[in-house]
Design a protein around this ligand. Structure first.
Ligand code: ZN
Ligand code: ZN
Ligand code: ZN
Length: 142
């Protein structure tokens, strides 16, 4: 499937408004191998795109279940594309996140097996958030 078709289908599926800017933003996430911070995103667009519309688009992408916020070492707003089927206001994945202390990038570890316990000593577990820190594959090989 070419990228234009993919964008059309995705936007239709998630009920997103199709503007040139939003299509470009989606493409950016699609092309990036891992996460993007709001700062990195705004660098990709010309100065004519104001920050407010970038934040608005990110917010609506997130609410639609297209991207999710990931932890960031510097507390920046950082997002990754959802790889599983997420629905509006209901992100279906519980996966671990890995923070690289060298390049400060955040990675989604979709295949990391999370503990399956639903409760512990009477505490009910609704969400599991696992954040690991270390050196990513790329930085390890430098
Ligand atoms: Zn999601
Ligand atoms: Zn790294
Ligand atoms: Zn993630």
């Amino acid at each position: 499937m070419d990228i234009q078709n993919l964008i059309d289908n995705t936007f239709k599926k998630y009920g997103l408004k199709k503007t040139i800017f939003r299509k470009e933003l989606f493409k950016l996430f699609y092309d990036s191998l891992n996460s993007l911070s709001a700062k990195e995103i705004s660098k990709q667009f010309s100065s004519s795109t104001d920050k407010a519309s970038i934040y608005r688009a990110l917010d609506s992408f997130e609410k639609s279940g297209l991207i999710h916020q990931v932890p960031d070492k510097n507390n920046l707003l950082r997002y990754s594309l959802c790889k599983s089927e997420c629905k509006p206001n209901n992100h279906a994945h519980d996966h671990a996140h890995f923070l690289c202390s060298v390049c400060e990038e955040t990675f989604c570890l979709d295949d990391f097996k999370l503990p399956s316990a639903k409760s512990h000593n009477g505490f009910l577990i609704n969400h599991l958030k696992i954040i690991m820190e270390g050196t990513c594959v790329r930085c390890k090989s430098i």
